[in-house]
Design a protein around this ligand. Structure first.
Ligand code: A3P
Length: 328
């Protein structure tokens, strides 16, 4: 037809319109077949496309099977800073699974010698799109741990929870006292007989966050390490969870509605299996008053250490210490 128009011809060929015979509309056979072929062709095409995309999806889709996987993230410490709270809270996320117990794979030689298959077996089963996490607070202060974790996965995400060091010191002491009938007073355990801070005391030692940060930053880029404010975790858990979800690259699912302040406990409780649940009695113990003189000594000691730590991590926490009144 195009040729005819180009040639200036105005006649129309028989293939262009259905034939009309003696006043009756009888669809022409060619046209009928033409339409039918078109339909068949279209159906075939759709089928081919569907099978192709279906096959492609099948070939590329990850099978939705539960398997145990090595962790994508680890909460490495610090003990008594809120590590259990963070683990319990992050577990509410449907795209995250975590261990219940502390695994202590990297800091205990007898576990480490069992190998990565043993470690993987300690993990909960997960779907391919879920993240697996564990927490073992002893990792932060153990010299050979950063290298071991790095050897397993150099791009793993690490989370460190740190809390105002005097509060953490007291928490460490109370934990120790609850397990050891023979223990001294807080002052006698954190100060030497000459009144100076006892740097060898585990309560003090573990609050000195600056001591261990270098060995982690030597192995891992700073952006792989999320440093969480344990004090903010107590007062505004949803804000911390917002940061942690962003760091882990999961959707923002856990929000304010997942937390409820419990007057009796004095802490936030969290939504767990259709009800609000508080952490156990060993979490959130009442802290006795520290004598102002002892507190001042610790404050002066930690102020310096905190500054060193903040400088190294390029971030500071606004930890308030009441040097006159009650509490730490
Ligand atoms: P205290 O018991 O001294 O108050 P970890 O789990 O690392 O051992 O840390 C224990 C600390 O977590 C507790 O120390 C408590 O202050 C803190 N914590 C943070 N959020 C909490 C919560 N919602 N419930 C109970 N304890 C919480």
């Amino acid at each position: 037809m195009i040729d005819s128009v180009i040639a200036g011809k105005t006649h129309v060929t028989h293939t262009m319109i259905p034939k009309v015979q003696s006043g009756r509309n009888i669809p022409c056979l060619n046209c009928f077949l033409g339409n039918k072929s078109k339909i068949v062709f279209l159906i075939t095409l759709v089928c081919i496309i569907c099978s192709y995309t279906g096959l492609r999806w099948y070939a590329t889709a990850k099978p939705q099977v539960y398997e145990k996987r090595l962790p994508h993230f680890i909460i490495i410490g610090v003990k008594k800073s809120g590590t259990r709270a963070l683990l319990s809270f992050i577990k509410m996320h449907p795209d995250i699974v975590t261990t219940g117990m502390e695994v202590h794979f990297f800091d205990r030689n007898e576990s480490y010698e069992q190998g990565l298959d043993w470690y993987r077996d300690m993990m909960p089963a997960s779907l391919p799109d879920q993240l697996t996490g564990e927490k073992s607070p002893g990792y932060y202060r153990t010299l050979f741990v950063p290298q071991r974790i790095h050897e397993m996965n150099s791009s793993i995400k690490l989370i460190l929870v740190v809390r105002e060091p005097i509060e953490r010191c007291m928490s460490n002491y109370l934990q120790h006292a609850s397990k050891n009938a023979r223990h001294g007073s807080f002052a006698s355990e954190v100060l030497l007989s000459n009144g100076e801070v006892n740097e060898q005391s585990p309560h003090v030692f573990n609050s000195n966050y600056d001591l261990f940060i270098d060995m982690w930053l030597k192995r891992f880029p700073r952006k792989q390490l999320k440093i969480v404010d344990g004090n903010l975790l107590i007062t505004h858990p949803h804000l911390v969870l917002q940061e942690v979800q962003e760091f882990l690259g999961v959707r923002q699912y856990i929000n304010e509605e997942f937390f409820q302040y419990d007057e009796k406990k004095g802490f936030y409780c969290y939504f767990n299996e259709s009800e609000f649940k508080c952490l156990g009695d060993s979490k959130g113990r009442a802290h006795p008053e520290i004598s102002p003189a002892v507190k001042l000594k610790l404050y002066q000691y930690f102020q310096l250490r905190n500054e060193l730590f903040f400088k190294k991590i390029g971030k500071r926490f606004d930890w308030k210490v009441n040097l006159t009144g009650n509490g730490s």
